[in-house]
Design a protein. Structure first.
Length: 92
């Protein structure tokens, strides 16, 4: 199974190795199925790690005084979508 606490890059290398093993055609059917199951577990783990990082990411924005502030990524997306909506409302 997937080892807890393993770095993202290490898990990604493991997944690439599994894909290469399966693609090589040298594994038996049973070995291929086992490798596939390990690969699926790695994909789940990698996705969880990416989700965690996404929640932690903050964007730097300038406030009205010109100082840099941090804003959660989701807030910045909301700001951008509002900005895009406002631009749609401007007559040309």
């Amino acid at each position: 199974m997937v080892a807890k606490g393993k770095k993202f890059e290490d898990e990604l290398k493991d997944l690439e190795a599994i894909v290469n093993q399966i693609d090589s055609g040298e594994l038996s059917l049973e070995e291929s199925i086992d490798a596939f199951e390990r690969g699926v577990a790695l994909v789940k783990s990698l996705n969880q790690k990416l989700d965690e990082v996404e929640r932690k990411v903050e964007l730097l924005t300038r406030n009205a005084e010109g100082r840099l502030d941090t804003a959660p990524l989701d807030k910045e997306v909301d700001i951008k979508s509002r900005r895009d909506k406002d631009e749609d409302d401007v007559p040309f």
